[in-house]
Each structure stands twice: as structure tokens, then as C-alpha cells.
Design a binder for this molecule. Structure first.
Ligand SMILES: C[S@@+](CC[C@H](N)C(=O)[O-])C[C@H]1O[C@@H](n2cnc3c(N)ncnc32)[C@H](O)[C@@H]1O
Length: 814
């Protein structure tokens, strides 16, 4: 052995330097590179040629997937022996066109070379000369286009031709021009790519794809939590990072793919936050000037810097090759294809294996993480999954069982709100294995109908079974706050803004849980927003730390405790019901409607969450979408004022994104609020003036008149009750304003002197308006409209000053 390199990188740099081509080489993974028509695979020594050749072939397979030309030659270089082995890649086209995601990548042993290599001894001048000859070759092996690689080639195509369209791209595939040396003409049909069509669009459009989900700054922040988990794994144990719903692999973006010591300063942006990088380089600045000033700054390796101790070590933050511990699963064909292009050759396993892909289905067979075959693997008798798939699942389960391997789940599970449409889709999807097991556990509909809860419950149940297992979980905090699905040790957590996840602004938590039981009543999470720098580019997005938000658990819903379900003998059945807008329902007789002189109105209060679907307040019972409101109840004149705070709590405005999905209504404070007469008065005044109170006076189709009793027009129950209170200046101001509104209302065209009017009915029926040619609203009574607007804004200040703090104090909001 003539050379004594200690690292492949060192030998490789020297090798290219000797050949005077270092500037041109595309260095990949620091240990191999492509030069013109040759792929290099460097090793210090090569005791097993087959193994290294196979590694090179897998590398070329990945190059095809990402749409890069396949060099015609493969050169395996044994640096210390100064021997190179030269192969023709065309001989291995079949192998290059195989996809190595999953277990296939593991069987290195079973591969054997189909051809004899040319052996070159480059310690001799002749050998060096023939290497220089080889390096002059610019030749490529043409590959077939299929579903697995078409996305990568589309990317490369649009990178070269910015203005090209999708049909230009298909034309290029059929009659290669710029790719004529790289690909064989494609004989397929457009329809073959039906389900991945939008991935083949020019790049700019792809940003719109939901597939690119969690925004990068949040992925990086969450990666910090994963790293904290890794650092806490007991000494001597290995770990797996599992993501059952990886989509296109955004969460894995910043995990390391090489040993920390082999990273260069240039590499650091790929793995860590800019601030940490700056702090680290400042800490090492003296070391850099003393020892490495002659080197290219960006090429200095972390290994070199870490040889000299200072106060920060990157090894405290990063671990070697974190991606090699990762197992990802994905469910949609599109996502699977993007995922392998990004991660295939870097991660431990990709589920499902490529055999499970079928271009005629948008879904990948076996990718449903909630199914029995995904959870049980070979433990399931069904035959439609491959042996290889079962092996993969069994491998995952063996890590779960192995006491020397800890599991870190790193997931952003899908979450669906409990809308009617979603309920139907769950029904038609033939409820998953996890769904059925979860139901057996005695859950209620609100919990098991939400897909995210199925993911979370199954995480604790099937994967996180050792005390040193961890879960880094993105999810609206409801799972912890109301469903008790986070009864584990809290390590650290953040709140992120869903606005950047293609949703409306609201809070999604990202928490590192340790799998040891703990029941907390309060969580403190730090809110982080994103500053997009007002540009569509993602690279200049920055994460911004806001305040710390304290979140409380809730246990009792208001409806369970405060609803007035009394029935009176004097209640009469009637045929009139109303829509949520307070107008009579245009439907035939509905049998559950009742009336009584003591009924003031009808209220519906649902669940813990806030939002327009969770409350209603009308004069008569609501009958919407063909259903009588089953969560509702009647307000009676003897106690309605004590019940109005529930309605008021549901109207909490949640002005900031980090309040949404964070604060819920509850009855956990019991009846403490009832003792605060001032508070009851405030809620009473607010309700009677609020436009969210949809009580109206109506003439029923049954011939009866139904008065709005919950407003401050004359002769209503509410206006009589108002007289019992002493009003402060602000309150008197609101009432005066309402009286001015009433006076203006009385001179409008539609005014009906029989009716008692509240703000909502005045605005809907009397404050008439129309749109002019340029689509602006023109009001028939601008003064009336102005007064209504003022009332709205004064009322919202009144809420903020007099009501809001007390809602929290009495735990009506929590
Ligand atoms: C909220 S996204 C997260 C994607 C990605 N991890 C990210 O953060 O950008 C949820 C992902 O779960 C996938 N998914 C939905 N239902 C699934 C199921 N039953 N099994 C596996 N994945 C599923 C969706 O296709 C989607 O990619």
C-alpha cells in the first residue's frame, strides 16, 4: 500500500488535484463525484468490488430519478492502494433503472458484477495516463423514461428552458433534443402520467401544490426538537426516526446526511439555523484565523474546527447522518415520487416499496398508516400486499420491540375538522383498522372521527412503548387540551402559524413529548411567526419569536353544565322554526318546536371550540339543513340572564392567530361567574346589542306573531329587565347609541311598527343597500348605517374591557 490517506475526502481532493481537474468536479457526499462521462466512487481501500460497484449503481439509479444524465463509465477508486476499476454503466442499465427505496437497498451482498473491470494502477505513470484518457470521455448511457423518473426529468427540463410548457416537455420526451444523449425516446401515452400530471408542470406552478406542506422555517425549528430527542437517547441505544405521513418529506429536509466532522462551513445552511451558524463561527473565529487562514473559508470542515476546543461544539446540536435513521411512509402516488427524489438514497427505509406503485391509481397500496397491514405487517392474513412490504413492516416492528432501539416519531399528521363532508368520507372509506381499535377503547365521535387523533392514539399505542421513546408532533393542541391524548412528559414546544401551511391563520402546536406518563393542566408554548420578507421566495423566510402562550386543559363543556333542558307543562307544540338567520324555515311542519310565553329565545352552544358553527341565538328553535338543533335549548324568562355568558364566551374575537385553536369555552369554573352580577349585566347588555344575536320579530306562517324579546326596543322582556340595572357611563353610551339607531330605523321604508327590533334585524331588513356599477355598497340610510357601525365598534371595546378578562377569570374561556 503506497498511500496513507485517513479520510476518503482527503484522498479524493488529492486525486483530483493531481489530475488538475478539481475545479470542475461536482462533489457529492464528499466521497464521490461525476466528471464529464465518468462517475467516481472513492474508497480508502476496496476489499469487495461488488459492494462498491453496487453502491455506484444505486447512486446512478438516483441520478436517473432526479433527472440527471447517467455517465457511461463508473470508476471505483481505491485511494490507498492506488488502483482504479473501470466499468461500463450501460451493462447495468437494468440495475440502474431499478428503484432502491426500501429493503432492496440493503441486499448489498447478493449483488455481483456482470462484467470484468479494466484495472488501472495509477501509482505508475501509464496508469495515470489512462485515467486522464478516461476522463476525457464525454459519453452517457441513455435511460428509459417512466413514472419513477419523469418528475426529475421535468424539473431538469424546465431548469434549462424557463419558458417551456408541459406539451413542450412531452414533445422532448418523445423526440429528445436537449436530452438526446441522455434519454431514449419515450413511447408512452400522456394518460400514463394522469395522476402525477401537476408534478410535470413548469416549476413555478409547483409551489402551489399542497404537497409542499410544512414551511421550511418551521421544519427547521421542529428539527431542533428531534435533535433534542436524539441527544436524550440512552447511551448505547440506537434510534429510528419514523414519519408515517411524510408526504413529500418536508420535515426531513434539514436532518443531516453525513458525519458532522465531514461537513464544511458551506454545508451548514443545509442543517442549522443561521443564528446558530453565526454564533458558532464567531466562537471559532480565532481558531479559523490561527490554523486555517490559508484554506478556502467555505471548505473548512467541522472536523477541523472541532479539533480545537472552544465554548460551542456542533456535536452538541447535530448528530452524524441523522437521515440514515429515518423511515418514511407516504400515501399518495405524487408524494411518493417526490419523496424518493428527495430522500431515497439517504434514508433507512421508504414505505411502501416501489412494487406497490401503480400509475393508474393516485393512492399507493399499503401507504395507509392506519391500516392493519401497515401496523401488523406479516401478522395480517391478507395477500394483496407484497412479501417485501411485509418484511419492511416487520422490520419497523422489530425496532419497536428492540429494547436497544428507541423510536422518535416525527410527524405532522393530517387533520380534518369535523364537518359533515368529512364524516361522510370516513364512512365511505370503510373505517380504518386504527379507527375500529380506537372505538373499542371507548372513545366518542368527536375524538375518533378526527384523523389526527387516530394518528396520535396509534402512535402511543403501537410505536412508542419504551420510556425513552419520543414524539415530535405537529397538531392543533386540541388533542392534549380536550382529548387527553398527550398525557406524557412535556419537554419543549412551539406554536406555529397555520397561515403558512396553506390554511387560515391559527395556531398549530409542535411539541416534543417523552414517552413517560405525566398529566399536566398547563402547557407553555412559544409562538413563532414567519417573516416572508414580503417576497414569494422561500429562501429569505425568517422565523420570528413572539410571546409565550399558556394553554390550559379543559374538561367540562358549557353545554353539559349550563344548558337549561327544562320542559314546562304549559309548553305548546308549534309549527314554526327558524333558520340560523332568524327567518322562518321554509319547510313543512316540524314536530319538535315549542312555544311558551316564558320562552325568551333559543340558544345552541356546541363543544369546546370557538367559531360560527358552534353557537346560535334565535327567537325560535333553529331548523337548519333539515335538522332540528339537538344541541340547543330554550331560554326562559326566570334565568336567561345567567345563561347568556355562554353565548358571549363563544363570541371571543381571537384577534391574533396564536389565540385561535388555543382558547376554548368551558364550564370548568363551575358557577363562580353567577356571583358576579356586574359580569352578568355586561353579558346581558352585550347580547342584546350584538349583531350575532339573530333573534328577529316574525309573523309565523301559523298566523301567530313571534316577538324578539331579547333586544332593547320598547316593551320587550330585555328592556324591562334592563331597568333593574344601574348602568355605568360606557353602558349608558351604548344604550343611547342603540336608541338613536332605533329612531333612525323608524323612518325607514321597511319599518314595521308591530315589531320589536334588535340590531341584527335592523341591519338586515331596514338598513337597505345596493351595489353600484363599480361594485361598491351604497346605503339608502347612510346615517343609520354609520350608527350601526359605531355601535359595533363600541361594543367590541366594551367586550374587551368589561367582559373578556372575566371570561378567563371564571374559566368560561380557557
Ligand atoms: C399535514 S401533511 C404533512 C406532510 C409532510 N410531513 C409535511 O409536513 O410537509 C399530512 C400528510 O399525510 C398524508 N396522509 C393522509 N392520510 C394518510 C394515511 N392514512 N396514511 C398515511 N399518510 C396519510 C397526506 O397525504 C399528507 O401528505
Amino acid at each position: 500500500m503506497s498511500k496513507k490517506y485517513l479520510s476518503e475526502r482527503e484522498g479524493q481532493v488529492k486525486f483530483f488535484e493531481d489530475l488538475k481537474i478539481s475545479d470542475y468536479v461536482e462533489l457529492t457526499n464528499n466521497t464521490d463525484g461525476v466528471y464529464k462521462g465518468t462517475l467516481f466512487e472513492f474508497k480508502l481501500t476496496i476489499p469487495d468490488i461488488n459492494k462498491v460497484l453496487f453502491q455506484a449503481i444505486k447512486y446512478l439509479s438516483h441520478k436517473r430519478i432526479i433527472g440527471k444524465p447517467i455517465p457511461a463509465q463508473i470508476m471505483l477508486v481505491s485511494l490507498n492502494e492506488e488502483i482504479a476499476y473501470l466499468f461500463e454503466s450501460s451493462v447495468y442499465l437494468n440495475e440502474i433503472e431499478t428503484i432502491y427505496a426500501g429493503a432492496a437497498s440493503k441486499n448489498n451482498q447478493s449483488f455481483s458484477a456482470k462484467s470484468q473491470p479494466e484495472v488501472i494502477d495509477f501509482s505508475k505513470i501509464d496508469g495515470l495516463k489512462s485515467i486522464i484518457d478516461v476522463l476525457g470521455t464525454v459519453k452517457f448511457t441513455k435511460i428509459h423514461i417512466n413514472m419513477f423518473c419523469v418528475v426529475g426529468w421535468a424539473n431538469s427540463y424546465y431548469e434549462k428552458l424557463h419558458k417551456a410548457s408541459k406539451s413542450d416537455f412531452f414533445e422532448e420526451l418523445r423526440n429528445p433534443n436537449i436530452f438526446k444523449d441522455y434519454i431514449l425516446p419515450w413511447q408512452g401515452d400522456d394518460i400514463d402520467f394522469k395522476y402525477i400530471n401537476d408534478l410535470l408542470n413548469p416549476k413555478t406552478l409547483k409551489k402551489e401544490l399542497g404537497a409542499f406542506y410544512t414551511p421550511r422555517p418551521y421544519c427547521l425549528k421542529a428539527t431542533e426538537l428531534v435533535r433534542k430527542a436524539i441527544k436524550r437517547i440512552p447511551k448505547g441505544n440506537d434510534y429510528i426516526i419514523l414519519d408515517r405521513c411524510a408526504g413529500t418529506g418536508n420535515l426531513q429536509e434539514f436532518l443531516t446526511d453525513k458525519p458532522v466532522n465531514e461537513m464544511t462551513i458551506r454545508d451548514l445552511d443545509k442543517y442549522i439555523d443561521k443564528n446558530l451558524k453565526i454564533k458558532y463561527l464567531q466562537d471559532k473565529s480565532e481558531i479559523i484565523t490561527t490554523f486555517y487562514s490559508s484554506k478556502n473559508f467555505h471548505e473548512i470542515t467541522i472536523g477541523e474546527l472541532e479539533k480545537h476546543k472552544s465554548s460551542i461544539s456542533l456535536h452538541d446540536y447535530l448528530s452524524d447522518n441523522e437521515l440514515s435513521h429515518v423511515i418514511v411512509n407516504t400515501y399518495e402516488l405524487k408524494e411518493w415520487l417526490v419523496l424518493i427524489a428527495r430522500l431515497e438514497n439517504k434514508v433507512k427505509l421508504v414505505v411502501p416499496p416501489p412494487e406497490h406503485l401503480n400509475e393508474h391509481s393516485p393512492i399507493v397500496n399499503g401507504g395507509d398508516a392506519l391500516s392493519d397491514h401497515f401496523i401488523l405487517g406479516s401478522g395480517v392474513g391478507r395477500m394483496f400486499i407484497s412479501e417485501q412490504y411485509k418484511e419492511i413492516i416487520d422490520e419497523i416492528n422489530s425496532y419497536v420491540k428492540d429494547p436497544k432501539t428507541n423510536i422518535i416519531l416525527f410527524e405532522n399528521p393530517p387533520y380534518r375538522d369535523n364537518t359533515a363532508i368529512d364524516k361522510q368520507s370516513i364512512k365511505s372509506k370503510d373505517k380504518s383498522y386504527v379507527y375500529k381499535e380506537f372505538v373499542k377503547n371507548g372513545t366518542n365521535q368527536a375524538i375518533h372521527n378526527d384523523v389526527s387523533n387516530l394518528f396520535i392514539w396509534s402512535a402511543w399505542n403501537y410505536y412508542l412503548i419504551k420510556p425513552d421513546d419520543y414524539y415530535v408532533l405537529f397538531s392543533p393542541i386540541k388533542y392534549w387540551k380536550t382529548h387527553n391524548l398527550g398525557e406524557r412528559q412535556f419537554v419543549e414546544g412551539y406554536l406555529f402559524n397555520r397561515q403558512y401551511f396553506h390554511a387560515t391563520p391559527s395556531a398549530i402546536s409542535c411539541i416534543l413529548w417523552k414517552n413517560t406518563p405525566q398529566s399536566l393542566n398547563t402547557l407553555n408554548l412559544t409562538a413563532y411567526d414567519i417573516d416572508t420578507n414580503k417576497t414569494p421566495e422561500l429562501d429569505d423566510d425568517k422565523i420570528i419569536k413572539l410571546n409565550e402562550i399558556s394553554i390550559q386543559k379543559v374538561s367540562k363543556s358549557m353545554n353539559e353544565v349550563y344548558a337549561d333542558k327544562r320542559r314546562f307543562d304549559s309548553d305548546k307544540n308549534i309549527t314554526v322554526t327558524v333558520e340560523n338567520n332568524g327567518l322562518e324555515t321554509a319547510k313543512p311542519f316540524k314536530k319538535h318546536a315549542i312555544y311558551n310565553d316564558n320562552i325568551i329565545g333559543h340558544m345552541m352552544i356546541k363543544g369546546f371550540s370557538l367559531g360560527v358553527m358552534t353557537y346560535s341565538l334565535t327567537s325560535l328553535i333553529t331548523y337548519t339543513n333539515g335538522l332540528i338543533e339537538s344541541h340547543g335549548f330554550y331560554l326562559r324568562d326566570d334565568n336567561y340572564i345567567t345563561i347568556l355568558p355562554m353565548f358571549v364566551a363563544k363570541l371571543y374575537p381571537q384577534k391574533n392567530w396564536y389565540e385561535r385553536d388555543i382558547y376554548f369555552t368551558s364550564a370548568d369554573g363551575g358557577d363562580a361567574y353567577l356571583k358576579d352580577k356586574e359580569f352578568l349585566k355586561s353579558c346581558f347588555i352585550f347580547t342584546c346589542l350584538s349583531q350575532s344575536n339573530h333573534c328577529r320579530s316574525i309573523d309565523g306562517t301559523d298566523g301567530n306573531y313571534y316577538q324578539n324579546k331579547l333586544c332593547f326596543d320598547t316593551n320587550t322582556v330585555a328592556s324591562q329587565d334592563l331597568l333593574k340595572y344601574k348602568l355605568n357611563g360606557d353602558e349608558q353610551g351604548l344604550i343611547d347609541l342603540f336608541n338613536q339607531i332605533l329612531n333612525k330605523a323608524k323612518i325607514t321604508k321597511n319599518y314595521n311598527s308591530k315589531y320589536s327590533y334588535g340590531t341584527y334585524q335592523i341591519d338586515q331588513e331596514l338598513n337597505t343597500r345596493y351595489k353600484n356599477e363599480i361594485n361598491e355598497w351604497i346605503y339608502d340610510y347612510p346615517e343609520l348605517n354609520t350608527l350601526i357601525t359605531s355601535l359595533k365598534s363600541n361594543l367590541s371595546k366594551y367586550y374587551e374591557n368589561y367582559i373578556q378578562p372575566k371570561l378567563f377569570e371564571y374559566e368560561l374561556l380557557k
